[in-house]
Unconditional design. Sequence first.
Length: 344
Amino acid sequence: MTPTAELEQLLSEAVALINQAASPDALEHVRVTFLGRKSRLTEIMRSLPTLSSEERAQTGKHANQFKAAIETCLAQRRDALAAAPVAAPLDVTLPGSAVAHGRLHPITQTIEAILAVFTPMGFEIVEGPEMEFEYYNFDALNIPKDHPSRESFDTFFVDLPSPDPAKGRLLLRSHTSPVQIRMMERCRPPLRIVVPGKVYRPDPLDPSHSFMFHQVEGLMVDSRITFAHLKGVLDAFLKALFGPATKTRFRPHFFPFTEPSAEVDIACASCDGTGCSTCGRKGWIEIMGCGMVHPHVFKAVGYDPAKVQGFAFGMGVERIAMLKHGIKDIRLFFENDLRFLEQF
Ligand code: PHE
């Protein structure tokens, strides 16, 4: 083989090895093999004086090209290795790095727990708008204008022209009950719905008040529905949510949109009804409002109160979450402090 042919073959070997080299050390090894003192190149250079002048010129030129080509390749590979990210050696004995995982807000969790009791009973989940007409929030619910009961639902009015003046001014709904009206306007009975959502009341912030909070409303309408159905459904609900030993009590109350109306209490779990600081020495804790749908409400939606009956209920989600988890300040739900949220 002529020295020129040999150099060509060596060059292709060298290029292959350079491109495979995975570290600067490996590259140096290739360099020494092909360009070092003991390399074939050095031997060929040493043999130049023994060649004829024509051969010497040829071989010398090829040897220089060979060397330059290898040096270029080495430099390129060195740059490529320097730019590549260094893979950290894998130590399988190190503890893994913890992945921070998100979770549902305690209010969302509580809403889901409440709805999960009603949906197997056949209640459908529906939602309504947070900005409402006066008509749905008040009038259709048998809360007449200038009636003192309107004042118990202090309200944020919205400073926008009403798109439907016949339905009154716009406001932020003060309860989820308007969704009862919207659903009954759209659907014929029988009807079973639960309605989660935000409500707004201009209360100053304190440990038990917030200008925005959540309610879950319920409505069941059919023929021959009685107060016994109301009691049965809500008693089963409260036992599902607070435990099978939960005692419940229905206390007469007033709501304009239900008649008769009641408030539902559960026996205080801390003192089992004997009276302690959790229940304010009463032994009972108020959980929700309820009642049989008022005939005026049925009339407002075009149902015949002689043919259908129904019950409705409404509960505050924050209140239930506070009771379930022993939380003493409603504001904690809205501050988004991770030290609080991470506990759920
Ligand atoms: N809407 C009432 C409130 O916000 C609760 C309620 C709903 C009472 C349905 C009776 C029936 O306080």
